[in-house]
Design a protein around this ligand. Sequence first.
Ligand code: SF4
Length: 238
Amino acid sequence: MSMTEAARRVLYLRRMGIDVWQRRSLAPASGAAAVDTPLPGAEVPPPDEGGGRSDWQALQDQVRECRQCTLCETRRNTVFGVGSPQADLLLIGEAPGAEEDRRGEPFVGAAGKLLDNMLRAIDLDRTTVFIANVLKCRPPANRDPRPEEIQACSAYLNAQLRHIRPRVILALGKVSAQALLQSSAPLKAMRERWHAAGPEQTPMMVTYHPAYLLRRPDDKARAWRDLCAVRDRLREPA
Ligand code: SF4
């Protein structure tokens, strides 16, 4: 017997660690006013084209070989991102951690598993979205990214945004949201409202970083509200 959509959603919510009764609080995110805010101002370096490679492949190669900031000296692997380059939803985190640096893939480990469950809760998965970070290389000891590193690497994120042209961006965590909005506002002030970010002024919602949610599971219900706002936006006609 196939599982109904409602039953499936309950299952995923439980995997996120959210009690089912909390779904009573589902409501559109309040204050959905758009805010025109540009991305960081670095110019996008045109990908090196040639040899029959696509722009996307050329961009990946460019990131892999990048030495635009000092993080290239300590990284094991660059972390370009994962998912569909035609995705409607682009999730943007902060920077690779130790395991991501080792594997060259974003959001692996416990935080990655939680992110997968968050995506499944809105009927998506990491093959149908694209997941990237503001920085493509790991800051040593997982320190916060420095402004000059964000500035240097923003060219690649801009290029990814221009190529993917997502309908919605979901910023994961304060560092990502502040970088994308060029703001020093606390996360609380950036959540539950629509912003506009990137070269195409793409609608953007801000939510908690999955690693934070692992430490503060009480905030998972708030994250669920953010996800519902994203889900509803994606369901609107293009
Ligand atoms: S963090 Fe970005 S700018 Fe710095 S070396 Fe890595 S890819 Fe290049």
